[in-house]
Design a protein around this ligand. Structure first.
Ligand SMILES: NC(=O)c1ccc[n+]([C@@H]2O[C@H](COP(=O)([O-])OP(=O)(O)OC[C@H]3O[C@@H](n4cnc5c(N)ncnc54)[C@H](O)[C@@H]3O)[C@@H](O)[C@H]2O)c1
Ligand SMILES: O=P(O)(O)OC[C@@H](O)CO
Ligand SMILES: [Zn+2]
Length: 352
């Protein structure tokens, strides 16, 4: 008997383009969301977009409230949950980078309330995904969370954000190459469930971004358009998979470990990009495609070395040799790299 079943939870409205922040109210009303809007944001995104979202709802007769968060932690999620309960929020809007959006989708999930994603930077592919990423002690959780009912991605705002945030988003997408390779490996070796559809979509998204690298340029709003569409597509791949597997392999484990050892050193996307150069080397050897990964990152101006991440050699080696411990996710790192092998991989690829 065929007894498989799956839920693919996707946004209903994905609104992308110049000035679309002013259509946030329309995108929400079309969903028939009711009650008090709660805007969850971090300091700069609040100034850049949060106040304008609040004004829209206030002018339309809603009674919006807001809360500022700063870090991706379970404490921050709890503070949003408590605040939402105190003010009797009807639905939540996450306005900001990856951390603010992750916190909002996890709080919305706990509360059983609708969630709307309003990215202010094209820096990560959590814009659409139904996953939240939270560090806790020695580990990093990938938590099932409320996927957005609507996404409002204003390319005017995304283009005005610091350029490094956009190159971080590109690198988060380029890392899909190695994430899919790790996923296929885990499927073959450990019988981890694999979705051909999600894997193909994730890989195609990375390929399209790399093919369009010439059009991804500072001060060009079309760049934000290309990158945000790729970020949406990657998030859809995660929703189809029901996990972050299509977009998170060993290169992400390396980055998560860096977050523990050298917190705040570099952006998530930049870290996973550098990680992908080394894990592609591990997959395909010295003559393999790690140079293609490195060149694709370099073409869009993302870091390709530890120095560009502002991370020293020893930290890279420590992160490489311990990355397999952070999560129960089988990857090319297997049960761990020896120090000698880590030095070899980081040196041959020019990361250190
Ligand atoms: N849930 C998922 O599927 C998923 C996917 C990718 C990344 N992530 C998570 O997202 C986080 C990384 O996202 P991030 O790189 O956006 O980090 P972040 O949320 O810390 O944002 C980086 C900085 O950019 C600022 N910023 C955002 N928009 C700005 C703007 N318009 N102008 C000026 N500054 C602006 C933020 O306030 C913050 O200080 C990590 O925690 C990562 O694990 C989650
Ligand atoms: O599940 P994690 O490893 O947090 O990955 C999510 C996201 O960063 C993928 O780009
Ligand atoms: Zn990522």
């Amino acid at each position: 008997m065929f007894d498989k079943s799956t839920w693919i939870r996707l946004p209903r409205n994905v609104v992308v383009g110049h000035g679309v922040l002013s259509e946030t109210l329309d995108a929400v009303e079309e969903l028939h969301l009711t009650g008090r809007p709660l805007v969850v944001s971090s300091p700069t995104p609040y100034e850049v977009a949060g106040t304008r979202v609040i004004d829209q709802f206030a002018d339309a007769g809603y009674d919006p409230d807001d809360i500022i968060v700063d870090e991706a932690s379970f404490d921050a999620v709890q503070s949003v949950i408590s605040h939402a309960e105190d003010v009797d929020a009807g639905f939540l809007l996450g306005v900001g980078g990856g951390k603010a959006i992750d916190i909002t989708k996890m709080a919305a999930d706990h509360l059983g309330k609708g969630f709307v994603s309003v990215p202010t930077a094209a820096s990560h592919d959590g814009i659409v995904s139904g996953r939240g990423s939270v560090p806790e002690k020695d580990t990093r959780h990938s938590v099932a969370a409320e996927p957005p009912l609507a996404v409002v991605a204003d390319t005017e705002i995304l283009a005005q954000a610091p350029w490094r945030l956009t190159t971080a988003g590109c690198a988060d997408i380029i890392s899909n190459y190695t994430a899919v390779r790790d996923w296929e490996l885990a499927h073959r070796l450990k019988n981890v469930p694999y979705s051909e559809y999600a894997g193909a979509l994730s890989q195609m998204t990375a390929e399209m971004l790399v093919e369009n690298a010439d059009s991804i340029k500072r001060n060009l709003e079309e760049s934000s358009w290309i990158v945000v569409k790729a970020l949406v597509s990657s998030g859809v791949a995660m929703s189809i998979a029901g996990s972050s597997r299509p977009a998170s392999g060993a290169e992400h484990l390396f980055s998560h470990q860096l977050d523990r050892i050298a917190p705040g050193a570099a952006l998530h996307g930049h870290q996973v990009g550098v990680g992908a150069i080394m894990t592609e080397y591990l997959h395909s050897g010295p003559q393999g495609r790690w140079r293609d990964v490195r060149d694709a990152l370099a073409a869009i101006g993302a870091p390709t070395t530890a120095a560009e991440l502002d991370i020293d050699r020893d930290t890279v080696i420590e992160a490489l040799t311990t990355a397999h411990e952070i999560r129960d996710r089988y990857t090319i790192l297997g049960d761990g790299m020896s120090e000698e092998a880590a030095v070899e991989a980081a040196t041959v690829t020019g990361v250190v």
